[in-house]
Design a protein around this ligand. Structure first.
Ligand SMILES: [Zn+2]
Length: 114
């Protein structure tokens, strides 16, 4: 938030200065004719623990130290559902290059994993 506020001291619409509002989560243009509001960028992500009740599916990056593992996690891209991001990560952690088509959910956004 500190970095975001430092980089958005001026209105992106008219160039006037901005002031924090609503507890500092919004920067509002001081130009009464503009009053443009700026919000910090949000990057949605998911963190999922896949378990059968006794065991958990974990993954690791090749660059990590030996013995380091994590749950399945990843950023969600625009137009992608949370469920689709989870499925893509799940199948990659299992070592699969592609998902079985029967597991692909119907999505409002992009409907096929990359
Ligand atoms: Zn403005």
């Amino acid at each position: 938030m500190i970095s975001w506020r430092r980089r958005h001291r001026f209105c992106g619409s008219c160039g006037a200065t901005t002031l924090p509002a609503k507890g500092g989560h919004v920067l509002v243009c001081t130009n009464p004719a503009c009053r443009h509001e700026q919000f910090p960028r949000l990057d949605p992500a998911i963190i999922v623990l896949v378990s059968d009740g006794e065991r958990a599916l974990l993954g690791r990056q090749a660059s990590w130290p030996v013995g380091r593992y994590s749950t399945i996690a990843g950023f969600v891209e625009p137009g992608e559902s949370l469920e689709m991001r989870w499925l893509v990560r799940y199948w990659r952690k299992r070592g699969s290059k592609s998902m079985p088509s029967s597991t692909i959910p119907r999505s409002r956004g992009r409907s096929r994993p990359r």
